[in-house]
Design a protein around this ligand. Structure first.
Ligand code: PAF
Length: 281
C-alpha cells in the first residue's frame, strides 16, 4: 500500500491507474478507523480495481468550540487497518496540503444540509462538501463510499454530485454496530463507562421506532413521540433532535410513506451521537 501526505503523489498514481483503464474507489474518512470504515474499504475493494482511503480531520467542517483539536487520531493503526482491508493508497495530508493560506472557494447548498445536523451545526456541511469535492478532484474515483450512519451527509453528497454533474457513483453502506447495538463511531471513545452504557438509548430508540413502523404505524409524530420518551427516560441523555424527513431532500414529513429517514442526535454527557433508520414502503 502506498502511503502519502502529498496530493501530487495521489494525482500521479491516479493518472497511471486511469491510463491502464482501471477503476478507483474512494473512501473518505477522518481516521481513527473502526469496523464501520473497514466495511466501506472492503466493499470498495470488492467493487473497484484500486481503493484510495483518505484520512483527514477536516478543519472546515468543525465550528469554533467543537472537537477539532481533541478528535482522536492514530495514523499508524489506521494505516494497518487500511492495508489489511485492501486499500491500495492511503492519503493523509496535513491541513496546509488541503487548504492554502488564501483558500477562499467553498461548496455549499441551499437545501438538504439545512435541517437535522445542519440546524445545530450550520457550517458543517459546507466544510464536508468542500473537502469531499477536493478529494474527488484529487482521487478521480469511479465510486465513493459513505456510511449510512451519517445519513444526512450521504444525502448531501448525493445531491452535490447530482447538482454539480460529478462523474462518480455515491455508494451508501449499512450502519455497523457494536454487539450491544451502539452504532460504531470514532466519537464513542469520548464516552466514560457510565456514558457508554447510557448511549445504548440511541439504538434502543431506533429499534423501538422500527418496531412501531413494522407493526404498521404510519404517523411520524407518534413514532417520534415514543422514541423521545425512551430517550428522555435516560438521565444522561439530552435530545438535539428526533425527526422524520424525506430520504433525499431531508424535509420534514408527517406520514411514514415512501422513502423516509428517521434520524436522531443525542448528547450523552458532552458527546453528541447520531443514529437513524430508513423506511422504504
Ligand atoms: O464522515 C466523515 O468522516 C467526514 O465527514 C468526511 C466525509 C470524511 C469529510 O471530512
Amino acid at each position: 500500500m502506498i502511503s502519502t501526505t502529498a496530493k501530487a503523489d495521489v494525482k500521479a498514481q491516479v493518472r497511471a491507474w486511469k491510463r491502464a483503464g482501471e477503476s478507483i474507489g474512494l473512501v473518505p474518512t477522518m481516521g481513527y478507523l473502526h469496523e464501520g470504515h473497514r466495511s466501506l474499504i472492503e466493499r470498495a475493494a470488492a467493487e473497484c480495481d484500486h481503493v484510495v482511503v483518505s484520512v483527514f480531520v477536516n478543519p472546515t467542517q468543525f465550528a469554533p468550540g467543537e472537537d477539532l483539536q481533541s478528535y482522536p487520531r492514530d495514523i499508524e493503526a489506521d494505516s494497518a487497518l487500511c492495508e489489511d482491508a485492501g486499500a491500495a493508497l492511503l492519503f493523509h495530508p496535513a491541513p496546509e496540503e488541503m487548504y492554502a493560506p488564501d483558500f477562499c472557494t467553498f461548496v455549499d447548498m441551499d437545501a438538504v444540509s439545512k435541517g437535522l445536523c445542519g440546524a445545530s451545526r450550520p457550517t458543517h456541511f459546507r466544510g464536508v462538501c468542500t473537502v469531499v469535492s477536493k478529494l474527488m478532484h484529487i482521487a478521480q474515483p469511479d465510486r465513493a463510499y459513505f456510511g449510512q450512519k451519517d445519513a444526512q451527509q450521504l444525502a448531501v453528497i448525493r445531491r452535490m454530485v447530482r447538482d454539480l454533474d460529478m462523474n462518480v457513483d455515491v455508494v451508501g453502506c449499512p450502519i455497523v454496530r457494536e454487539q450491544d447495538g451502539l452504532a460504531k463511531s470514532s466519537r464513542n471513545t469520548y464516552l466514560s463507562a457510565e456514558e457508554r452504557e447510557a448511549a445504548l438509548v440511541l439504538s434502543r430508540a431506533v429499534a423501538q421506532g422500527r418496531q412501531l413502523v413494522e407493526a404498521g404505524e404510519t404517523c411520524a409524530a407518534r413514532v417520534i413521540e415514543a422514541m423521545r420518551a425512551t430517550i428522555e427516560a435516560q438521565p444522561l441523555a439530552r435530545i438535539d433532535y428526533v425527526e422524520a424527513v424525506s430520504w433525499d431532500a431531508i424535509e420534514p414529513v408527517e406520514s411514514l410513506e415512501g422513502s423516509v429517514l428517521v434520524a436522531l442526535a443525542v448528547y450523552i454527557g458532552s458527546t453528541r451521537l447520531i443514529d437513524n433508520f430508513i423506511i422504504e414502503r
